[in-house]
Design a protein around this ligand. Structure first.
Ligand code: AMP
Length: 518
């Protein structure tokens, strides 16, 4: 991971990425990273071949008397976390670097967005946010910038600024991450005493109550805000600043929820100011039962699964989860640590300890970028020693169990494509579309040879490649844990006589027919 302390270093990094033509993602933070930031970073990591995370406590968004001086600063731990998550570049400018002498411009969002809700007590805060976000987005020029729903007013401001000033890229807003007790994660939670934290839990309770009422059909602001206010009032130690139901984009107060509503709360527990919110959204309501589809592609090694899965993912705007790369990552680490491929217990243990991170690749030969414990192993996992052992390693139930758990977590929200040996039979038996891809040994050996040539690697005799493939098929289909087989409801597609383009078009058509779209 590169640590850029200056604008010049950041710019050099961005230019390097631009030369690859690949997308760059951006997550802006003030550091003191917690699981909320981590989920933003993980999401951005999965969706972009390259990723910048900025860590900067922005003085311009703190008012006089606010906590700028005592805001938690944990840079060393933050950089460790970024490394583990596979961040490419951490931008950690000084105040002078961000605002060099003579810096004199401020970005002033419309007062309708900045003088309501938190803006009433935090004068100048959103101008400070808008200024720093505009500057950093213009420096990074990301394809996607990620901001948490936790700061809903900030999101409304940034969306508006990005639109009005034609900032590059899309603004992506992942959901709020909460602690087990319901409290939204925040860097400021470290200020809370045990008693204050207990009192603060009335905030998620109040939001939960309003949410439940909305789901029962209550749409009147008076009833929703009233219920939330009543719950908050049960905690005497909580000083409520506001409870409001507003339009999530314009922040104009609503009398009732028609299109969508944002129920937002700010309150103080002791000296600590906390904010939280819930989106009351008819579209979200409809989505609680049916998530966007999951597509499972299984079949023997070399049938074209990953190439086609990627094509389909791109065409449908789905996320591609390269499960094979996860097994390769475990195999690579086992080779590093000298763990033999038959040491099941040790391999399972290793798998549980590993932090595997994936990102879309940016070159044909390395279509997925892979990190293990923060070390990039994109190339290493594609090399022959790993390829030879991956089947044996992935046959161990303990290894599979852990990776299946991780795959289910990645795919939970739907809109994903996975390929492997047991996706439709075991990982996602309820996948909406299952495809079983096949090709003859001869064709698969030829494709493997072409693949090696593309990577500039030595090509063994075709007989040797065929023997490897037969051996791998045998191991894959006879292993006791989740052997390779076609799910009863999978559609079998042979790719021998189809080009990649023809197969891709065929699968897309299959998707449209089966799921009745397009
Ligand atoms: P901050 O460091 O507080 O400026 O936050 C950096 C980014 O992380 C912002 O986009 C926040 O909205 C987001 N964020 C903070 N807390 C959470 C959380 N609990 N869940 C999801 N995103 C969060």
């Amino acid at each position: 991971m590169q640590v850029a302390k200056t604008v010049a270093e950041l710019t050099a990094f961005r230019q390097e990425v631009e030369r690859t033509g690949a997308d760059l993602g951006l997550v802006m933070t003030m550091g003191a990273l917690h699981a909320g930031h981590r989920s933003l970073i993980a999401r951005a990591r999965r969706e972009n071949p390259f990723l910048v995370v900025s860590l900067f406590v922005n003085p311009r968004q703190f008012g006089p008397g606010e906590d700028y001086d005592r805001y938690p600063r944990t840079l060393a731990a933050d950089l460790d976390l970024c490394r583990i998550e596979g961040v490419d570049c951490a931008f950690v400018p000084s105040v002078d670097e961000m605002y060099p002498p003579g810096f004199a411009t401020a970005v002033l969002p419309p007062s309708t967005l900045t003088e309501t809700l938190c803006g009433r007590t935090r004068s100048g805060h959103f101008t400070g946010v808008a200024t720093v976000v505009t500057r950093v987005i213009n420096l990074v020029r990301p394809a996607r910038a990620y901001f948490g729903q936790k700061d809903a007013q900030q999101v409304a401001v940034i969306r508006r600024v990005a639109s009005d000033l034609a900032l590059p890229g899309r603004i992506v807003v992942p959901p709020t991450v909460r602690d087990a007790d319901g409290l939204a994660l925040s860097s400021r939670n470290v200020y809370l005493s045990a008693d204050e934290r207990r009192a603060a839990l009335a905030i998620p309770r109040a939001l939960g109550r309003a949410d439940a009422l909305y789901r029962e059909g209550v749409v009147d602001a008076a009833a929703l805000v009233g219920a939330a206010t009543e719950t908050l009032a049960s905690e005497a130690e909580l000083a409520v600043e506001y409870v409001a139901l507003v339009d999530p984009d314009t922040l104009v107060p609503l009398e009732k929820v028609e299109r969508a509503g944002l129920l937002a709360i700010a309150a103080r527990a002791g000296a600590t100011r906390l904010i939280d919110n819930t989106l009351l959204d008819p579209v979200q309501l409809g989505r609680t039962s049916a998530h966007p589809p999951i597509i499972a592609i299984d079949g023997p090694a070399g049938a074209g699964k990953s190439t086609l899965a990627r094509r389909l993912a791109r065409a449908l705007g789905f996320l591609y989860i390269d499960t094979g790369a996860m097994y390769r990552a475990v195999t690579w680490k086992a080779l590093q640590e000298g763990i033999p491929p038959d040491a099941g217990e040790r391999l399972a243990d290793l798998t549980r300890r590993l932090a595997i991170r994936l990102a879309p690749g940016y070159r044909e030969a390395y279509p997925t970028r892979v990190w293990v414990d923060g070390e990039e192993v994109t190339r290493a996992v594609r090399e022959e020693p790993v390829t030879r052992q991956v089947s044996a390693v992935s046959a161990h139930p303990g290894v599979r169990e852990e990776l299946v758990r991780q795959q289910r977590a990645l795919g939970r929200q739907g809109g994903v494509i996975l390929d492997g040996r047991d996706i439709g039979t075991h990982v996602f038996p309820d996948a909406e579309l299952k495809i079983y891809l096949t090709a003859s040994v001869a064709v698969r050996a030829r494709r493997r040879a072409e693949d090696l040539v593309a990577k500039g690697l030595a090509v063994p005799p075709i007989e040797t490649l065929e023997a490897h493939i037969r051996e791998r098929d045998h191991l894959d289909s006879t292993r006791s844990a989740a052997p390779l087989r076609k799910a009863a409801d999978a559609v079998e597609v042979a790719t021998d006589d189809r080009s990649i383009d023809e197969s891709a078009a065929y699968l897309l058509e299959l998707y449209r027919q089966r799921l009745g779209v397009g």
